[in-house]
Design a protein around this ligand. Structure first.
Ligand code: 5GP
Ligand code: ZN
Length: 115
């Protein structure tokens, strides 16, 4: 999507500190980190949120691929003491960027429940 900030990052139209990239996904540091490590994992395909993901073989492949890469990215970031993966969805979820992303947070004790 041409006016989507994360599509622009995926297309290298705007810069980001990239941690991991392959043909289907990208992981980059959040601009306003909420923990010592705060990385965003996005599929390169534009989905507005988890609500946009279908049961199609393509969507299952993309999401399955992304989720099975999490532990590799956690290893790159040396999150050997654990981490949290979260996706904010919609208004109540306080989603602010309308391109599906997962926050990978770590290197501090994260409280539960979140606010
Ligand atoms: P949300 O609130 O939608 O769950 O998360 C959006 C996240 O994207 C926020 O943590 C925000 O700091 C981050 N963000 C927004 N714009 C940019 C940007 O241009 N670059 C990067 N690296 N992060 C961004
Ligand atoms: Zn997008």
């Amino acid at each position: 999507m041409s006016d989507c900030i994360f599509c622009k990052i995926a297309n290298k139209d705007i810069p980001a500190k990239i941690v991991f990239e392959d043909e289907q996904m990208l992981a980059f540091h959040d601009l306003e980190p909420q923990a010592p490590v705060h990385v965003l994992l996005i599929p390169k395909k534009h989905f507005a949120s988890l609500n946009d993901v279908t049961q199609s073989a393509e969507d299952k492949e993309i999401l399955g691929h992304l989720l099975t890469k999490v532990h590799e990215i956690a290893e790159i970031l040396e999150l050997d003491n654990g981490y949290r993966l979260v996706s904010n969805c919609g208004e109540d979820g306080m989603q602010t960027v309308q391109h599906l992303h997962f926050h990978l947070l770590g290197k501090r004790k994260l409280t539960w429940p979140p606010g």
